[in-house]
Design a protein around this ligand. Structure first.
Ligand code: FES
Length: 139
């Protein structure tokens, strides 16, 4: 199924992948603590206009904190929210066409694979796209 057809537009980030609705076998996990969302689940986290061009914003997708960026060329990117170096808020980082720069100590990470160009541990990058004005992140 294409991600574009599987998106539900909800006020809060909720699973959009069939079989992951609340109560379905994929998410009806019993036991202590919250279950991690199944890998590959898509979530509508907010409206595209919530992220001004050239900036980033933090969202939660299925319990996963993510940073979503809209570059000045209109492209969207999503990464983990916290920098692996010392927990810096990546959504507040500087962006260019190739990399995200953490605001705390200026380590840089490539959009394509999350690898650091300055020697830090890599960050996780997530597939993200726009559908009907909604930002859809796959975690
Ligand atoms: S916390 Fe991000 S570079 Fe140090």
């Amino acid at each position: 199924m294409s991600a574009a057809t599987g998106v539900r537009h909800l006020e809060a980030a909720r699973p959009t992948t069939p079989g992951t609705e609340p109560g379905s076998p994929a998410t009806d996990v019993r036991g202590p603590g919250p279950a991690a969302p199944p890998r590959g689940t898509t979530y509508a986290v907010g409206r595209v206009e919530e992220v001004p061009p050239g900036e980033g914003r933090a969202f939660v997708a299925g319990g996963v904190q993510v940073a979503v960026f809209r570059l000045r060329d209109g492209s969207l990117h999503a990464t983990q929210a916290a920098c692996p170096h010392a927990g810096g808020p990546l959504a507040d980082g500087q962006t260019d066409v190739d990399v995200l720069v953490c605001p705390l100590h200026l380590y840089a990470y490539r959009w394509t694979d999350g690898a650091s160009t300055s020697g830090a541990a890599p960050i996780r990058v997530y597939p993200v796209h726009e559908s009907g004005g909604e930002i859809v992140v796959e975690v």
